[in-house]
Design a protein around this ligand. Structure first.
Ligand code: GFB
Length: 329
């Protein structure tokens, strides 16, 4: 990938896509292509085909997806499976047909089984049942991983899948029904502080543990892997294990992206409370789902490839809170 390579970022307005665009620009990449939802409907096979025919991107970063928090995943189950399958089928297949040199497909660590050994390594994929609340989303993302892997094996493409942990940062979704926990708690505590409310509701027991990564760190990891990793020179049909420059071995499927550090939802709520300066009480509503209890990522492979996170949780939340206050002024 050189600085004038034509790179298409699908989902450039979202939490991840916007951070990737910023990262690429800061590293001097000048030929970035994007389309808003109005300009290109990624659910539409014909439109996606026309777009690839016309633009001929050399590199593709597939950060467009239907995503949401635990309740959104559990409620809009059909939309989550349909839209994700459709978007990834269209973009991955057209990337193959139009000879894209490298594609990065983004999934999530919720692809791992509900009771996967912790921390969850790449090898846990498809070893036991998934968490029910996000099963449709996870099944779609697993299909995306297998699609990239299958195209690499059958057609010799260079498609990489990455599985990030729970992400947060600027341009996050702050809608209280559909968002993830971190933006939801930031907003709830901020509004409670401004309105002098006595308590804030936290969903579930507060006992589940989650790992969080700042979106700009995640973007940096994605660009790093786009620059460093090549599946092309490898013959995956003959090897299930790949030998990289670093001599570490990774399977030809996907790479976890995370910090390797987790925190309970209760601890997270208290940390956000302190950062925001909310003085009231926290009320845990156990009528809302906890979801999977543990979700810690094994980041050995990522570290062996030479990348590790830089932004710690407290610093990331503080930066995000400043951004949020500015946006909602
Ligand atoms: O972030 P979250 O919605 O998704 O919830 P998951 C994480 C935990 O925070 C759950 C609790 O135990 C929630 O019950 N929680 C507490 C809250 N208060 C709130 C709140 O106000 N809003 C939200 N949203 N949660 C999603 C998956 O799982 O994570 C997706 O459904 C994806 O597929 C994504 O993998 C990264 O971590 O449980």
């Amino acid at each position: 990938m050189n600085k004038s390579s034509k790179i298409y970022i699908a989902g450039h307005k979202g939490l991840v896509g916007s951070a990737i665009v910023k990262n690429l620009q800061s590293k001097g990449y000048t030929n970035l292509v994007s389309r808003t939802h109005q300009e290109l409907d990624l659910l539409n096979q014909k439109d996606v085909e026309e777009f690839f025919k016309k633009e001929k991107p050399e590199y593709v970063i597939l950060a467009a997806a239907k995503v949401g928090g635990i309740v959104a995943n559990n409620t809009y189950r059909a939309d989550f499976i349909y839209e994700n399958l459709q978007v990834q089928n269209n973009v991955i297949h057209q990337s193959y047909r139009h000879k894209v040199k490298k594609l990065l497909f983004l999934g999530s660590t919720c692809i791992y089984p509900k009771d996967a050994p912790q921390p969850m390594s790449e090898d846990s994929l498809l070893t036991s049942p998934l968490e029910y609340t996000n099963e449709p989303y996870a099944v779609a993302k697993i299909a995306g991983i297998k699609m990239c892997e299958s195209y690499n094996i059958q057609y010799g493409t260079n498609f990489i899948s990455v599985m990030p942990t729970n992400l947060y940062g600027p341009n996050d979704n702050f809608d209280l029904e559909t968002s993830h926990v971190l933006p939801a708690l930031l907003r709830k505590m901020h509004e409670a502080k401004v309105d002098n409310l006595e308590r804030v509701e936290i969903w579930g027991s507060g006992n589940p543990r989650r790992e969080f990564m700042y979106s700009e760190d995640m973007a940096d990891a994605c660009v790093y892997l786009m620059e460093k990793i090549d599946f092309k020179e490898i013959q995956p049909s003959r090897h299930s294990q790949l030998d990289w420059e670093s001599k570490s071995e990774i399977r030809n499927t996907h790479i976890n992206i995370g910090t390797g550090i987790d925190i309970s939802i209760k601890e997270l709520a208290n940390l956000i409370k302190e950062i925001v300066g909310f003085k009231g009480k926290l009320h845990f509503n156990t009528n809302k789902p906890d979801g999977t209890m543990l979700k810690l990522t094994d980041v050995t492979k990522l570290h062996n490839l030479g990348w590790r996170h830089k932004v710690e949780l407290e610093e990331g939340i503080k930066t995000m809170y400043e951004w949020y206050k500015n946006e909602t002024k």
